[in-house]
Design a protein around this ligand. Structure first.
Ligand code: ACM
Length: 505
């Protein structure tokens, strides 16, 4: 028997029907046909009234993701107010069918479901360790499985540049490759040995388009990041004319933060304009990320040319040079009908334009300055990427337990701590609408393989997904932990190499 998946022609849900048909075929070995009509065994429909969405989320292109799944003996009906809502319901159905082959069974039920936070993201650094298109797609599909709706693609850094930009071939020939990679944990007190193995890679424009379409079908937005004016050692190696010293530093083989920053020459801004145009062409998402984090001012301070340009431009301090980059990138981004987002450094010394979003990461260090509240009070949209709660490159243990874990950047962020996060409670009620949502970070210095990426991501991402979807109404840890066991069985079936839970003591 073929299962019929139907949707009304006017609803334009062909992509979602195809997505569901694909899962049923791949994971359940079940033959399906999709029809643009009524009365299928599974019917997809945009019949839910849309709930009002915060203005800043709407402006960013997010949709109401509420859905209703009704299972009766006759039909499985999946209703939503938007295709993204249908995409979320499909993942619920996919979870319900996990492990079933050919004979499918779903208990009668009605599920009424909607997320608490709008922006629910997972970030992935493909600079420190390159992940090919297949790995990136799998990362996105697993994110969608957990109802994340945003993938933050960190495409450039000191250790490798992964984005093609027309007219700049040395990005692919030089900046995409390093000769070797540091062995062991980065240390300032001694020089680490390297492995002597070239590492690199980059995407083609067609591959990026393919990934964007793959994510869109799953209701996942892609936020691309080109990190400037710091984190540019790979770029400056390919194009020393964008740097401050004239030298080629070499694509960075170790971790830590390089001293390299961009200069203020016209050619640099011609390049940045081309980068903005490239991102706007490849990525439909409203926001484009231009980093802004950890840009050291040392090269600017030491450069007579920068000091001369500062005088010409009326920039008082070296930090104002960073704010000048923010202003120029804001302008270039706005000219393409998009908005800029950057790490919290962009609001540390200056005040970016009100449509520029801020991604808070230094919650446990610099944030005694309350950069999050500064952003919210000024009206800048805020995305929470709190170091203490969402940096999944940290050990999943604390204390001596770290000795039993694979090498990580530092300690420790156990899954229970992720689950205990209440992202909005620090903010007064009148400011909360300015918080678009939150995301986890997978910085990849110590994540060399796809399986290791699974290990660092899951089950912490399961916990974060629950935090962001259910908000403060979520169940107690013990109840979640109980259900997590069953969910990990689903992840086993998908071949996810998550970190096993500790046996209860
Ligand atoms: C960051 O972790 N440098 C944003």
């Amino acid at each position: 028997m073929r299962l019929r998946i139907s949707s009304a022609p006017g609803d334009k849900l062909a992509a979602q029907a195809a997505l569901l048909a694909g899962y049923l075929s791949e994971e359940n070995h079940f033959a399906t046909e999709t029809t643009l009509a009524d009365g299928g065994d599974i019917h997809l429909a945009l019949t839910l009234p849309p709930r009002p969405l915060a203005a800043k989320l709407k402006a960013a292109g997010f949709a109401d993701e509420a859905y209703r799944l009704t299972v009766t003996p006759e039909q499985i009906l999946l209703e939503a107010a938007s295709p993204d809502g249908v995409a979320r319901g499909i993942q619920s159905l996919r979870q319900l069918l996990s492990g079933q082959r050919a004979r499918l069974f779903v208990a009668g039920m009605v599920v009424d479901d909607a997320p608490a936070l709008g922006w629910r993201g997972l970030h992935l650094d493909v600079s420190r360790h390159f992940r090919d298109v297949a790995d990136v797609k799998r990362f996105i599909d697993l994110a969608a499985y957990h109802k994340f709706n945003l993938f933050h693609w960190h495409l450039t850094d000191d250790q490798g540049w992964r984005l093609p930009v027309e007219g700049y071939p040395r990005l692919m020939e030089v900046a995409a490759w390093r000769d070797a990679t540091m062995i062991g944990h980065n240390s300032t007190s001694s020089k680490n040995p390297t492995d002597g193995i070239p590492h690199g890679g980059a995407y083609t424009a067609d591959e990026i388009r393919e990934v964007v379409a793959y994510a869109a079908m799953r209701g996942v937005h892609i936020l691309p990041e080109v990190d400037v004016p710091g984190h540019v050692q790979a770029l400056v190696t390919a194009y020393p004319e964008f740097g401050n010293t004239g030298g080629r530093p070499g694509v960075r083989e170790g971790w830590g933060i390089s001293d390299n920053t961009l200069n203020l020459e016209p050619a640099t801004f011609v390049f940045l304009e081309k980068v903005v145009a490239t991102l706007a062409d490849l990525f439909p998402f409203h926001y484009l990320h231009f980093g802004g984090d950890e840009a050291k001012v040392g090269e600017w301070a030491a450069s007579p040319r920068i000091q001369e340009q500062k005088r010409e431009l009326g920039l008082a301090s070296d930090h104002d040079v960073q704010d000048y980059f923010t202003a120029r990138l804001h302008e270039l981004t706005r000219a393409r009908g998009r908005a800029m987002i950057g790490w919290d450094e962009i609001i540390e010394h200056g005040q970016p334009p009100v449509d520029t979003a801020v991604m808070l990461w230094r919650d446990s260090t610099i944030n005694q300055h309350h950069l999050d509240v500064k952003a919210l009070r000024a009206g800048n949209p805020l995305v929470l990427a709190n170091h203490s709660q969402t940096y999944f490159d940290a050990y999943q243990e604390t204390g001596a337990g770290i000795d039993f874990e694979p090498l990580a950047i530092g300690g420790g962020l156990p899954v229970e701590k992720v689950y205990g996060w209440r992202p909005l409670t620090d903010y007064p009620a009148e400011l909360r609408e300015g918080v678009l949502g939150a995301q986890a970070q997978l910085w990849a210095e110590y994540i060399p393989t796809r399986r290791h990426l699974d290990y660092m991501t899951y089950p912490r991402a399961c916990a974060l997904a629950q935090v962001l979807w259910t908000g403060d109404a979520r169940e107690a840890w013990d109840a979640f932990d109980e259900r997590l066991g069953g969910h990990l069985t689903r992840l086993d079936r998908l071949g996810v190499a998550y970190r096993p839970r500790q046996p209860k003591t």
